[in-house]
Design a protein. Sequence first.
Length: 153
Amino acid sequence: MTDPADAATILERVGFDPERSVLTRRQAEVLCLRERGLPQAEIAEWLGTSRANVSSIEASARENIAKAGETVAFAEALRAPVQVAIESGTDLYDVPSRVYSACDEVGVKVSYAAPELMKLVSDAAGDAVRGREVRRDILVGVTSDGTVRVRTP
């Protein structure tokens, strides 16, 4: 089990900088300790606050991380030279050929075989894909290095 005092050392080792992060130092400390198995009650005692406050700090930190991830995905989608709109009602099995064709037009290589690409799209699209059916419009972007990003507009 991690000693709460180790949080500062861990944050320094991984290069945490609150000036460049979407997380506050307190959020980073709480996440650091939670990821190392400390219960919220123990963290609250160390911080001199309530378990409910630690829970709130942790929830805010995870929300900030999710928003940052979404922002990065959005920026990558904007920069992607390949953007393939997949309409609701499309069979998931048709997605790879559409993506490969769009990539061929601009000379981008996709690093996935068709089954892997379908799984990636399905997993990333969440409830927008069920089974083989695309249930809501999605956008498949492919960066110049072949990274595939899926967005649900």
